[in-house]
Design a protein around this ligand. Structure first.
Ligand code: URP
Ligand code: ZN
Ligand code: ZN
Length: 454
């Protein structure tokens, strides 16, 4: 036994209970009401603390070429920030190059990630090109342990409806799962052109060029395609009331559709785009109105939302400034990987949801949905990815205290009740009371089960 966590209160989606956890070789060996330490064990007293499974952030963009630059956290900085916020695994988006096989995309990105990652990681491949025989190369990626793929229904490199439909149909045959970034590209382009021609260029026009129905419409379209071929569908970063309503209705009809939302949609509204640094909040989809925000919280508490993830995609202030006079020149995305678990748990502490729900959405469900068979739960045989959380500690987010390489955070000044005290990645202490203790290269690629193997 290398580690024994004693006297803590364990939390899972079903409830809380007091127990000790013994860890051997990075794996949870035993959970029981009282475990005696062996001589070699490091003993941690977790009295009055919650003991949680590490969060799994199923949506990050590390060192991603995007918006005319590269997102400012590489795999080291991004995973360093992750563990300092209690996240012990990230799913990063590996964007396919045109004409590149899907497995080559994974291998190309893994060469960069493997020496840098400070926590375990997996990839979703962002698909751009299925011409020729490229679609069949999905099979190799699935066999390699990457059974999830993202289709962008927006951006100039995104897929068209025909390709999305074809991919959904194909995914089912090979045990894979398709995610979509759902917004109506054509409507956004028309409105963007109109606003620019009228000289309406401030950050608020980013929101107005993507009115709330563009997300709802695309959600419905993707759901219709998935339903028609009976394929599973995961919708990333859902922010709108109409979208969540459409997903709820599809679930009611028996469609296997999963909804992910992000902390930024739960905390901020489109009003942020009217502020002095509105450009810092530019991400896509944009923050929505208050009704959408309320609908998201309601959907969380009624079990309609399946996962919380961050869409962590930071850009430095000088890059955001490219769009001071033209919102279309702002690289889209914000930092968040260090804030997700602390924010959601703090909201639970304030009574907006429950700790059990946060563990379900931030840890258990991403593990289940994406085929991580040894992650997401505090159970014997599972990886010892563990967070010791102090529910009473007061913490104010400032960029200075964050561990990302970005020079600002949209979360600046946010007051939290409760904060992670320690994070263990496969039994190794990687974060302790504000200090990162991990190392580049510690994180391992997580080979995942296909839908046939789950
Ligand atoms: O604004 C965002 N979300 N940037 C990252 C790319 C994406 O659409 O997820
Ligand atoms: Zn997206
Ligand atoms: Zn994203």
């Amino acid at each position: 036994m290398e580690l024994l966590i004693k006297n803590g209160t364990l939390v899972n989606s079903k409830g809380k209970y007091k127990a000790d956890i013994a860890v051997t070789n990075g794996i949870i060996e035993q959970i029981a009401s009282s475990i005696e330490p062996t001589n070699d064990a490091k003993v941690i007293d977790a009295t009055n603390k919650f003991v949680l499974p590490g969060a799994i952030d199923a949506h990050t963009h590390l060192a991603m070429p995007f918006g005319g630059t590269i997102s400012s956290d590489d795999y080291f900085a991004g995973t360093r920030a992750a563990v300092c916020g209690g996240t012990t695994m990230v799913f990063d988006f590996a964007l396919q190059d045109f004409k590149e096989s899907i497995l080559d995309t994974v291998l190309r990105r893994d060469k960069i990630a493997a020496p840098q990652a400070a926590c375990d990681y997996a990839f979703h491949v962002g698909i751009k090109d299925i011409s020729g025989n490229l679609m069949s190369t999905i099979d190799d990626a699935v066999k390699f342990g990457v059974p999830s793929f993202k289709c962008f229904m927006v951006y100039d490199f995104g897929v068209n409806d025909g390709d999305l439909y074809t991919l959904l149909e194909y995914s089912k045959k090979v045990g894979a799962q398709i995610s979509v970034h759902a917004e109506n590209r054509d409507v956004i382009n028309v409105l963007t052109k109109k606003f620019l021609s009228e000289g309406k260029t401030s950050a608020y026009y980013h929101y107005l060029s993507r009115p709330e129905f563009v997300e709802e419409e695309a959600d419905k379209r993707a759901i219709a395609f998935a339903k028609s071929v009976d394929a599973p569908l995961y919708i990333v970063h859902v922010g709108s009331k109409g979208g969540i309503k459409a997903i709820e209705e599809a679930k009611r009809q028996g469609v296997e559709v999963y909804a992910e939302t992000c902390p930024q949609y739960l905390e901020f509204t489109s009003d942020v785009y009217k502020g002095e640094r509105g450009i810092d909040f530019i991400c896509s989809p944009p923050m929505k109105g208050k009704k959408s925000q309320d609908a998201l919280w309601d959907a969380i508490n009624r079990g309609v939302v399946d996962t919380i993830a961050t869409d962590h995609c930071p850009f430095k202030s000088f890059e955001k400034d490219w769009g001071k006079d033209d919102f279309t020149k702002v690289p889209n995305g914000c930092a968040g990987v260090e804030n997700m678990y602390p924010y959601m748990l703090s909201e639970a502490g304030k009574g907006r949801t429950t700790y059990e729900k946060v563990v379900e959405l931030c840890s258990e469900n991403p593990a289940k949905i994406f085929g991580c068979t040894k992650k997401g739960f505090l159970l014997p045989g599972y990886d010892a990815d563990i967070v010791i959380y102090d529910p009473t500690k007061e913490f104010t987010i400032t960029n200075e205290k964050m561990h990302s390489d970005c020079d600002h955070t949209i979360w600046e000044g946010k007051k939290l009740i409760g904060y992670p005290e320690k994070t263990f990645s496969r039994g190794k202490l990687v974060y302790d009371n504000g200090e990162f203790l991990g190392e580049a290269g510690w994180g391992k690629f997580v080979k995942r089960a296909s839908r046939f193997e789950k």
